[in-house]
Design a binder for this molecule. Structure first.
Ligand SMILES: *Cc1c(COP(=O)(O)O)cnc(C)c1O
Length: 436
């Protein structure tokens, strides 16, 4: 399989697309074609790893990683991704629980897959590859967890000190070993500028081989189609027909993965994207004009994206205007509605959800029946509520129990270096940490 930039140009191998992350022309990599499956092809698949190996095989043809696919799959899907059912007897919705990974959010899937691939392609104990990640809270933890203790790999996490929650800070600083956590006395933008600066710094690059684990890497996108494929196959096999999905969406990675799975022939019916008050996607579908803007801060903070980069992939694959509007519906949810929905989920629907997941259950309650009145709807639960306890606990008036993954992380000692937003301080901290 070859991969091409959304902006054209020459086709490259999977390995090149994974290592480059973003195409040289600034575009995003997409597979040249998608395989076409039918549910019968997966009749002998008993678990998500079986499904993953079969689904991914065509994407790995011609890659150096082809023979390692079973190991890569085993390292990625090492935790449960169940669908649980909630609501009332006559009015049920499913939750696709993507929060049983090491940092209790769905980004663990993409990060683990990318780490399994990149470390095999580029990891080198004599000259380790250094992944630099600037994070506003969640991504950094998933990336650190995924690369932690991998031979030939190092990670530098830059996060804005005091601007992430206590639990997030813990997840960014509890790794040690090959992970250096830098608590920057500045904003997320400062962190991003420092990461970019480190890449561009010739002196530093002569001592470290740098790479990124960018959210737009094709290696983060491909594995996300698998949980849609697997859960829809199981739903279909149980005699309940096609599964309809509601996906909380920010940068559109998870939402695109769902539509891709449907495109490949998995038994998926209607798809709704739920967003927070960042309305770029909703307005695009309603008005047909693409108008990216500054993001605004909301309670579903991991979806605070004003210029969703994966829309470039979406438009390339599926077109614009009415074509896109036929493909998906979009529901934009305000902070007040998120709070109210978290309470309804707890009081009436028997489940405690994070603010992102609440946008999906809001869309289910208020819109899903207009889209598919008799359908079975599965809302995607992107994070565990305990990760966002500062939002959830005051609303439900209860504390949220920590899941085992988070309890484990929060019991670890923290280790980090405080720095000013200054390139020399990044370099010094790296030299000190990685020479010892
Ligand atoms: C990243 C994230 C999202 C949004 O996912 P995209 O792929 O950016 O659309 C939703 N919920 C949580 C908890 C996240 O961390």
């Amino acid at each position: 399989m070859k991969y091409v930039s959304t902006r054209g140009g020459e086709a490259v191998s999977l390995d090149t697309a994974l290592v480059q992350g973003i195409a040289p022309d600034g575009g995003l990599f997409l597979p040249k074609m998608f395989p076409n499956f039918s549910p019968e092809d997966f009749a002998s698949c008993e678990n998500i790893q079986d499904t993953a190996r079969k689904l991914l095989a065509p994407f790995f043809v011609g890659s150096q990683l082809q023979a390692s696919l079973p190991e890569i799959v085993a390292e990625t899907f090492h935790f449960d991704i169940p669908v649980t059912w909630h609501g009332t007897e006559s009015d049920q919705f499913g939750l696709l629980e993507l929060f049983h990974g090491p940092t209790a959010a769905f980004k663990d899937v993409g990060a683990a897959f990318l780490a399994a691939c990149i470390s095999r392609l580029e990891g080198d104990e004599a000259s380790p590859l250094t992944i630099i990640v600037a994070t506003s809270g969640d991504t950094g933890g998933a990336v650190a967890a995924a690369f932690n203790e991998r031979p030939g790999m190092r990670v530098v996490v830059l996060y804005p000190d005091g601007r992430v929650s206590e639990r997030q800070a813990h997840q960014l600083t509890c790794w040690g070993d090959n992970v250096l956590s830098l608590a920057v006395q500045g904003s997320f933008d400062d962190c991003q500028a420092l990461a970019k600066g480190a890449f561009a710094d010739q002196n530093l690059s002569s001592r470290y081989r740098f790479s990124s684990a960018n959210s737009i890497n094709i290696g983060r996108l491909l594995p996300q189609s698998i949980y849609y494929a697997h859960s829809s196959l199981q739903h279909f096999a149980s005699g309940r027909g096609r599964a309809n999905f509601i996906v909380p969406t920010g940068n559109l990675g998870n939402g695109l993965a769902c539509v891709m799975a449907r495109e490949m022939g998995f038994p998926i019916g209607d798809v709704i994207f739920s967003t927070n008050a960042n309305r770029t996607i909703a307005d695009f579908l309603a008005k047909g004009e693409w108008q990216p803007r500054q993001s605004i801060a909301t309670l579903a903070s991991a979806m605070d994206v004003g210029n969703p980069s994966n829309m470039e992939r979406m438009r390339k694959l599926f077109g614009e205007g009415e074509d896109l509007a036929r493909l998906v519906s979009v529901v934009s949810v305000t902070d007040d509605q998120i709070r109210e929905q978290i309470k309804i989920n707890y009081d009436d629907l028997g489940t405690v959800t994070c603010p992102h997941t609440a946008t999906a259950t809001f869309a289910w309650r208020n819109f899903a029946k207009d889209v598919a009145p008799d359908g079975n709807w599965i809302c995607v639960a992107t994070a565990h509520a305990a990760k966002f306890e500062q939002v959830v606990e005051p609303v439900i008036g209860q504390s949220v129990d920590l899941p085992p993954e988070l309890r484990e992380i929060l019991s670890r000692p923290q280790r980090f270096v405080q720095i000013e937003p200054d390139a020399d301080q990044v370099a010094n901290a790296m030299d000190q940490y990685f020479s010892s």
